[in-house]
Design a protein around this ligand. Sequence first.
Ligand SMILES: [Zn+2]
Ligand SMILES: [Zn+2]
Length: 172
Amino acid sequence: MRIRLDKVGDEPFRWSEKETIAVESMERPDLLGLTEVEWSGSVAKAPPGYRLLATLRYGQTLACGRCLKPCESRVESEIDLVVMVNPPPPMAGEVRLEESDLGVLALASEELDTDPVLREQIDLNIPMSELCRPDCAGLCPRCGADRNETPDCCAEQSVDPRWRALADLKPS
Ligand SMILES: [Zn+2]
Ligand SMILES: [Zn+2]
């Protein structure tokens, strides 16, 4: 969606849309699936710029960081951005506290393309490591089996090295 900021009048521009984002285009290998993104929001004049407020709702499927099983979750998140068109470069020594406190989106023209904003938000909502459950046992490093389902897959072959050392000490 593209919003012409110069057309935003005294009343904020509002929308409520559904967007489809191709999961492959997100370039996040851990993201296996993405539902339609429902989002609604507004852009209002907030001199010297504008303010964008939006709420996103969607479902994501992520690979478990240990066993790689797909885990589905619902996401609801908020966007709150100050939009500035051609913001002046900071003066020497000027501390831009406002910009570090609030998210600021600097644009080169009066046209706001919401696609990158939406994508960035989805990207930010992907956790560093998703787990299917907090105690996920992961995959067996020896045979690759899911240890949650077959905890003893390689039990026979793996001999605790401490026991092996004791066995060597025993006179034969
Ligand atoms: Zn898992
Ligand atoms: Zn195994």
